[in-house]
Design a protein. Structure first.
Length: 126
């Protein structure tokens, strides 16, 4: 009996592990990579990064949500080297990007983003 227990434990772990691995495989419909990747690099001024910069960037996310901006992005902050933030957005065509940028054609939305750009540039030192 004591010999069967480790074997059963090993088999159960192998079966559960393989089922988890199978669940992680993307389907053919979602496996395709986007055709275009937009990379935006923002160099922050010395002393104007960190939490203060994260606060202003959070305001951008809230404004994009309010404006129903159709493109999602991922942001990365540098941990060494020059102080910078890198933003990655993907889309399948230039038409998709142009459609997304039409959100800024609204005077109210354009004014809000201009206000946020000025606030981001003038972020106080930490």
């Amino acid at each position: 009996m004591s010999r069967i227990t480790p074997i059963l434990l090993g088999l159960s772990l192998a079966v559960s592990g393989s089922s988890l691995a199978a669940a992680q495989e993307p389907s053919a419909a979602t496996a395709s990579a986007p055709k275009y990747l937009q990379v935006t690099v923002e160099y922050t001024k010395p002393g104007k990064g960190g939490l203060a910069h994260d606060k202003t960037e959070g305001a951008f996310v809230q404004a994009m949500t309010k404006a129903k901006f159709p493109i999602h992005y991922v942001a990365f902050n540098s941990m060494s080297g020059k102080a910078r933030a890198i933003y990655l957005a993907h889309f399948d065509s230039f038409d998709e990007l142009q459609k997304a940028n039409k959100v800024f054609d609204s005077p109210a939305t354009g004014a809000e983003f201009e206000r946020l750009n000025v606030a981001d540039w003038k972020t106080p030192s930490n």
